[in-house]
Design a protein around this ligand. Structure first.
Ligand code: NAD
Length: 481
């Protein structure tokens, strides 16, 4: 059994130093080598109880104005601390979930920092107390912190998801208990050190090391005032049930099976290159991956050919090497899940254009998948509906706009939609009809601060910018002052 991951000397981390080596553990496996590299402690109910009690007491002190603390100053210093440790974060992310160093630096850490800057700006520009309507200053609306926020995050964009939640909860005035993914403990420990260096005291922020057992105990705790969860739809349902039992407000960012609609008037080369990137980047492990390409029949054969050659340019290699390649999948279970999705698509009659089961070229160990494209995927097949969470693209032809919209909406999920067309009118007409939370047209990136989240089995609630902050607040009206 490998040794426990070293515990940084940081008061915000649970379990405390005296208990770090005791109790149940979870083994971390290097996704590139499959070697068992370290164990992390799993916090139990006693740790959860103690963290919630401290967070509750501190939250009440904050509400009373009994402690002098400006959350936005802490947020500003947190950004500086993360910026100073960007290389260490990128290495932690590369080692824990396999994103290669350059991608980890630019995207995984870069996006987290961008979100924190946007949240800080949004908080400064939007005061929590507003006279309403303008001119009637004796009527106020106050956005007040909900209290103790339980933040439960996954491993696929680990720092990004932690930053979105902690940044927003902090700016909202909440106290926070973070339960990161067990697979992403390295970057989370670094994050806790940054919080301490930024001036966050005990009670304002706590990090619980642990797995689903810790997350379940936290989500069910009656002392928690708001839950923000990102992860799988199955765990999201369990968290919603736990939140419902306590009537705790809860935000859920869950899975997706997002459609990318290529109309006949699109720029095929650009649409296919960007479409593949939207599906394959981060080795396909993004909730908003454009994993279902719906293609106008007029350009279907051309797109099939172009997608095949484009997919074959993707290389999978060590996360610790520089370069624009993809890394391994996060763990054995995820590798097996992707293999099963590929085999099932084959057995259900999808036409394999490139890739398939097995490891990527040049690897006989490590969780390296093959970049895979299937054509002729129909709504009767599992691949049309189920998240592979790997570099697996499905192509489906459509006949006309109505058919495209119907196919796009034929999904339990409703996270993102992508539209490629030369017509602004078509783009807007279709965007309005997609049952999703976010639409991107012709490869346009989402603007910083735009609401992030979905509907249907992709969850509810929105993160990022002011939307993210308001998710951790409740509204109070005060009249007659
Ligand atoms: P997961 O649901 O297995 O785990 C997420 C977190 O929940 C982890 O911290 C885990 O320890 C914890 N957890 C597990 N069981 C729990 C329980 N019963 N109660 C409380 N907490 C529990 O998800 P994952 O495998 O880490 O992440 C991949 C999934 O997340 C994918 O389905 C992906 O689509 C989704 N995701 C969604 C978004 C989004 O914003 N919509 C973003 C990233 C990932």
């Amino acid at each position: 059994m490998p040794a426990r991951l070293p515990r940084p000397n940081c008061a915000l981390i649970h379990p405390a130093a005296a208990d770090w080596a005791a109790g149940p553990g979870f083994t971390l496996v290097d996704p590139a080598t499959e070697a068992e590299v370290a164990e992390i402690p799993v916090c139990g109910t006693a740790d959860v109880d103690s963290a919630v009690a401290k967070a509750k007491a501190f939250s009440r002190q904050l509400a009373l104005g009994a402690v002098q603390l400006d959350p936005l100053e802490i947020l500003e210093r947190l950004i500086a601390e993360i910026e100073a440790r960007q290389a260490a974060f990128a290495e932690a992310v590369a080692r824990e979930m396999g994103a290669p160093l350059d991608f980890a630096t630019d995207k995984q850490v870069g996006t987290a920092l961008a979100h924190l800057h946007t949240i800080l700006k949004a908080a400064r520009e939007n005061p929590s107390e507003q006279a309403t309507p303008p001119g009637q200053e004796s009527h106020f609306v106050r956005h007040e912190p909900l209290g103790v926020a339980a933040l439960i995050t996954p491993w696929n964009w680990p720092l990004n998801q932690v930053a979105l939640k902690v940044g927003a909860a902090l700016a909202a005035g909440c106290t926070m208990i973070l339960k990161p993914s067990e697979y992403a403990t390295r970057s989370a420990l670094l994050f806790a050190e940054c919080m301490e260096a930024a001036g966050a005291p005990e009670g304002l922020f706590a990090l619980l090391s642990g797995d689903g057992r810790t997350g379940a105990a936290l989500a069910a705790h009656p002392g928690v005032d708001v839950i923000s969860f990102t992860g799988s739809t199955s765990v999201g349902r369990a968290i919603a049930a736990a939140a419902g039992a306590n009537l705790t407000p809860c935000l859920l960012e869950l899975g997706g099976k997002s459609a990318n609609i290529l109309f006949a008037d699109c720029d095929v080369d650009t649409a296919v290159t960007q479409g593949l990137a939207h599906c394959f980047r981060n080795a396909g492990q993004s909730c908003n991956a454009a994993s279902r390409m719906l293609v106008a029949r007029e350009i279907y054969a051309e797109v099939c050919a172009r997608a095949t050659t484009e997919a074959e340019t993707y290389r999978f290699d060590s996360p610790l090497k520089p370069g624009g390649h993809q890394g391994p999948l996060v763990n054995h279970a995820q590798f097996d899940h992707v293999q099963a999705a590929i085999r099932k698509a084959q057995s259900q009659g999808a036409r394999l254009l490139t890739g398939g089961p097995g490891r990527a070229d040049g690897h006989n160990k490590g969780f390296y998948p093959r970049p895979t494209v299937f054509a002729d995927v129909t709504p009767e097949m599992a691949l049309f509906h189920e998240e592979a969470f790997g570099p697996v693209l499905s192509l489906t032809p459509f006949d006309g706009e109505e058919d495209a919209i119907a196919l796009a909406n034929e999904s339990a999920y409703g996270l993102a939609g992508y539209i490629q067309t030369g017509s602004r009118e078509t783009a807007m007409r279709v965007a309005r009809q997609l049952e999703v939370g976010m639409v991107q047209i012709n490869g346009q990136s989402r603007v910083e601060g735009a609401p992030f989240g979905g509907r249907k089995a992709s969850g509810y609630g929105r993160e990022a910018g002011l939307w993210g902050i308001r998710a951790f607040q409740t509204v109070k009206s005060i009249s007659g002052v």
